[in-house]
Each structure stands twice: as structure tokens, then as C-alpha cells.
Design a protein around this ligand. Structure first.
Ligand SMILES: [Mn+2]
Length: 557
């Protein structure tokens, strides 16, 4: 190497990594340590190489500056250096290359420093670093920024900001994470450009699958545009890390509708989210006590959402109401959702009141297209779940038949869904499972019982346990019904023989069916032309399954 003023010695910036080191160039380094075979030299805090002893020119101490020529960068990242001793030279700083990387591609950049432009979807303060969940047009990732243990890093960065993040891609507990070197809120012009790019791409990614329904149905076909809209909004919420609260009627049909969507959404969250436990904090399913979205329900939901917003920096949630939500009884709660700016979707088959639509961003209801109650929420929910995430179809294809049994659908679609579930599930099986769901929900009160319900619906991967559990629940439900007739049921399982009068034992009836029956009666009156639901009288006349359930009990037929 010629020793002239043209000699350029590069100084590697602190963000730089192997990407910025080039063979044949000369760098200013610092002696890091000594080995029998040579001297280790740091080009910055991240990059080091080795000067073989045959290439060492002068004696050094640790931390001495040293000028080195890059002979070779090996495929494993090791750098072979040669010491040079120019007396005259120019220095030039090397800065990190700043081409933006898509979050979907950071898996290929482990150990490298990347620049990403993204929206802040969550800001969570841990006892260590601040974790920013960021979303761009391609995916989601966590960026960890550390100032001091438990201290909020970059306090100027807020939820919803568009930021430029520079940092190193690391793998922690099998999850990719960006260790933030710097984070800046983009100026309004740049932010608008990035947001436009993200929104356009998200719109495409959120587009639901295009597939035929599981069964032939004119009503479903007519509902397809609204079902696609609802599926798209749900996909968009998942892709932007917006939490979803799914509220549903606490009966077999409502549970089937909600669980179908739960399966689709949680799988999508697992696939796309930056956090291993995101499916638990980004999706919550809650049965509603009443057959509508009560003020009590929304009060709880907003209470938790605001706390999560303050404590964990989460976005405010989207509300999805299933087998619920389309009548004027829902209005007080819907008005509250508007005050808090919560988007609301409804998938229901109760006769709708037009006034609710002012408060909804999507509403699937068979009555809108000349259909009726016979297309149950579980049928609608299962088809919407397939649009959200077709991968879950095999797990949920039997749910509409159970929902149909639970709500005693008289629509021709019920038989088609039943044919689809056969031979694994007979008509009796579906009725049993529906009764088991109703009965178990009574004991669950207002918990979702996510894993227990999966067992009852045979989604838990343990068919033997499913069968035994359903048999037992059906037996217990029948016993409870008989005992109810005898005016007492035991309410405690702790060995105490406390018994309660019929007023309490009929809680099962009233919480699960009484109010629904009341509402059904109301719908019957108001939709003389369309409603084909069974009346209490013709239900009992149809009882032929050999069980002796009173007609007022869900699943009895
Ligand atoms: Mn229903």
C-alpha cells in the first residue's frame, strides 16, 4: 500500500456492522486483546477482526489505536486483517447504510442493524426495557429500547406515531426483536408518506380469502359482501395489533359463533404477531349475561381497555358482538362505544332494529337480505371465520350443525351443515354437544372457559376426553332438569349439603334461556312475515330424541 495523502482510513460508525466493512479498505481500530497467533482488533463495539502475528508491524498495548487493512471477510463473518502504518492519510467516517427494511424480512437480518419505518401499535414498560410493538406494511415486531431499568425510553414517542427505528435484530426466546439504537418520530410529511404506504398495503393484506361457503345457501350468498367486510375489519385489527373483544350470547349458538372466530383469530395472531402470548392480550372472548350488550358488559370492557391502554400502552379495542347486538336494547352500550371511539361489528340473527346501524362499522344479519332466524349466528360465524383464516376450516366445520341444534334452526341450511359434520357427528351428537355447552356455560358464569369449551367442541385435541365430558355434562344437565322439577338442586360441590330453592336453581333457565325466550317472543311478534322459529308448543311436540327434557331447556327437542 502506498503511503500518500490519497490513503483513506475509514472510521466505522457505532451503528455499523459487517455490512459496512469492505475487503481491501483500511480502517482505524483499537487493540482489544492478544492471542498466541495474533492480535484482536475492534473496528467499533460490534465488529472485530484478527491480525495474524505474521501481519503485526509494531508492538502494542491493549486499547492502542491501530490502522488495519482488510484482507478477507470469511463466510462465517471472521475478518482477516493486516496492520499498516501510513504516516500521511485522510480519515473518513463510515455511517450505517440506511435502506429501510421490511419487518417481514428481519428474520434474515439477525445480528445486523436495520432501519425500519413503522407505526407504534403498543408501548409496554417492563421492569427492564420499554417494548414498542411496531407495525409496517409487511408485519409486526417488537423493538426493545433501554435507558435505565423500568424507565420509559423515548417518552416523546406515543401510540400511533410513525417512527424510524434503527437497531440490531436479535433473537430472544425464539422471538425476533429489534434492540433499538435510535428511534425518532418522523416529521409530518414523512409520516404521511409512510402511513399512506402502510395503509395501502394493509388494505391488501386484510383482504379476506375468496372461497365458496361450506353449504349452498341463497341467504349466505346475499350476505357475502357484509361477511367479507366484517372479516376484513377483523383481519385489519389483527394486523395492526388492535385488541379485539368478542362479546356473545351465552348459549350454544353464540358460543359456536364466537369459538369459530376465536379459532381463526388466535391462529392469525400467532402467525403474525411479534409476541408469543399476544393471542391472550389481543383477543378476549366474553359471554354476555343478557341476550344483548348490556351497560354492565361495556362498562367492564371499557374499564379493562382503558387500564390496558394506560398500563400496557395498548390500542383501544374493536368490539365484535355475535348472536347479540342488533336490537335497540343494545343502544345504550353502543352510544358508549361511540364516546370512546370503539369500532363495533355485529354478527347476529335476531330481528334487527335499523337504529343500531348508525353505530356499527359492519353488520351481518340474515334479515337484511330476506332471510331469518334459521341462519344461526354459529353458521354465520363459522363462514366468517373461514374468510378470516381458511386454515382453521377443518377444526370448525362441525360447529354450524351444533349451533343449528342449539337454536333449533328450521332453515334448510341446518340439514346441509349436519351432512357436512357427519359421520363424525350425528344429529343426536350435535344436540348433546349443544346441551353440554349450555349447561357448562351455566357453571362458567361469565368466563369464556376457552380451553374447557374447546374440549366440549372437540377442538382440544383429545377426542376421548371430549366424549366422556359431553356424556357427563348431558347426564348432569338432565339430572338438574329433573331435580329442578322436584324443586331443589345442590348448588355446592364442596361436600356441604346446602340446597337452594327453585328460585335459585332456575337461574340456569333464566340466565341461559329465559331472557332469550322473552326476546324470541318479541321477535316473533315483530316479524310475523319472516320469522320461522319454533314456538314453545311446537318444540315440545317435536321432542323425539328419547330424552325427557322440558321444552324450556336449551337443547331439548
Ligand atoms: Mn342464536
Amino acid at each position: 500500500m502506498t503511503d500518500t495523502e490519497d490513503t483513506i482510513v475509514y472510521r466505522l460508525g457505532s451503528n455499523c456492522d459487517l455490512d459496512e466493512v469492505e475487503e481491501g479498505k483500511t480502517y482505524l481500530g483499537r487493540v482489544q486483546g492478544f492471542a498466541p497467533f495474533g492480535v484482536f482488533v475492534q473496528l467499533n463495539d460490534r465488529v472485530k477482526g484478527l491480525v495474524h502475528k505474521s501481519n503485526v508491524k509494531v508492538q502494542h498495548s491493549e486499547r492502542d489505536p491501530i490502522i488495519v487493512h482488510v484482507l478477507q471477510i470469511r463466510s462465517n463473518g471472521n475478518i482477516d486483517l493486516e496492520e499498516v502504518t501510513p504516516t500521511v492519510y485522510q480519515t473518513r467516517n463510515v455511517t450505517k447504510k440506511t435502506t429501510t427494511v421490511l419487518l417481514a424480512d428481519i428474520g434474515k437480518k439477525i445480528g445486523r442493524t436495520v432501519l425500519v419505518e413503522a407505526e407504534v401499535a403498543q408501548v409496554k414498560q417492563t421492569s427492564g426495557p420499554t417494548i414498542f410493538t411496531i407495525v409496517d406494511e409487511s408485519g409486526t415486531a417488537n423493538a426493545a429500547a433501554f435507558i435505565e431499568a423500568g424507565v420509559r425510553a423515548y417518552p416523546e414517542v406515543e401510540l400511533g406515531d410513525i417512527v424510524g427505528v434503527m437497531g440490531e435484530v436479535m433473537q430472544r426466546n425464539n422471538q425476533l426483536q429489534i434492540e433499538v439504537g435510535s428511534m425518532t418520530v418522523l416529521d409530518p410529511e414523512d409520516a404521511a408518506r409512510v402511513r399512506e404506504r402502510i395503509d395501502a398495503a394493509l388494505d391488501l393484506r386484510a383482504e379476506p380469502a375468496d372461497l365458496p361457503f361450506l353449504v349452498e345457501s341463497d341467504v349466505l350468498s346475499a350476505l357475502r359482501p357484509q361477511m367479507r367486510l366484517v372479516a376484513k375489519e377483523i383481519r385489519k385489527a389483527v394486523l395492526t395489533a388492535r385488541p379485539i373483544i368478542l362479546r356473545h350470547h351465552a348459549d350454544a349458538d353464540g358460543i359456536c359463533a364466537a369459538v369459530a372466530v376465536e379459532q381463526a383469530v388466535t391462529a392469525l395472531i400467532r402467525e403474525t404477531s411479534g409476541d408469543f402470548d399476544a393471542e391472550y392480550f389481543l383477543f378476549k372472548r366474553s359471554p354476555s349475561k343478557a341476550p344483548f350488550y348490556e351497560i354492565e358488559d361495556i362498562t367492564r370492557d371499557i374499564d379493562f381497555a382503558l387500564k390496558d391502554n394506560v398500563r400496557y400502552g395498548q390500542k383501544m379495542p374493536m368490539i365484535l358482538l355475535m348472536d347479540n347486538g342488533s336490537t335497540e336494547e343494545d343502544m345504550p352500550s353502543l352510544k358508549i362505544t361511540r364516546i370512546y371511539g370503539l369500532p363495533v361489528l355485529v354478527v347476529d340473527h335476531h330481528h334487527p332494529d335499523a337504529i343500531v346501524d348508525d353505530y356499527l362499522i359492519g353488520h351481518v344479519n340474515p334479515y337484511h337480505v330476506g332471510g331469518d332466524y334459521g341462519i344461526t349466528a354459529g353458521m354465520l360465524g363459522t363462514e366468517i371465520a373461514r374468510l378470516i383464516n381458511p386454515a382453521v376450516e377443518d377444526q370448525i366445520r362441525h360447529l354450524p350443525a351444533i349451533a343449528g341444534a342449539g337454536d333449533r334452526s328450521e332453515a334448510p341450511e341446518r340439514a346441509r351443515y349436519l351432512a357436512l359434520a357427519a359421520p363424525e357427528y350425528s344429529a343426536d351428537d350435535c344436540r348433546d354437544i349443544a346441551l353440554a355447552l349450555d349447561y357448562e356455560q351455566f357453571w362458567l358464569r361469565f368466563s369464556d372457559g376457552r380451553e374447557i369449551i374447546k374440549d366440549i367442541l372437540n377442538l382440544g385435541g383429545n377426542p376421548e376426553r371430549h366424549e366422556k365430558f359431553v356424556d357427563l355434562l348431558v347426564e348432569e344437565a338432565n339430572k338438574a332438569i329433573e331435580e329442578q322439577m322436584g324443586a331443589i338442586i345442590p348448588m355446592s360441590r364442596d361436600g356441604c349439603c346446602r340446597t337452594v330453592p327453585i328460585s335459585s336453581c332456575s337461574m340456569w333457565r333464566s340466565s341461559l334461556t329465559g331472557s332469550r325466550s322473552r326476546r324470541r317472543a318479541r321477535h316473533r311478534v315483530r316479524s310475523m312475515t319472516g320469522w320461522s322459529g319454533s314456538t314453545r308448543e311446537n318444540r315440545s311436540s317435536r321432542s323425539g330424541s328419547g330424552r325427557t327434557l322440558p321444552s324450556c331447556v336449551p337443547g331439548a327437542s
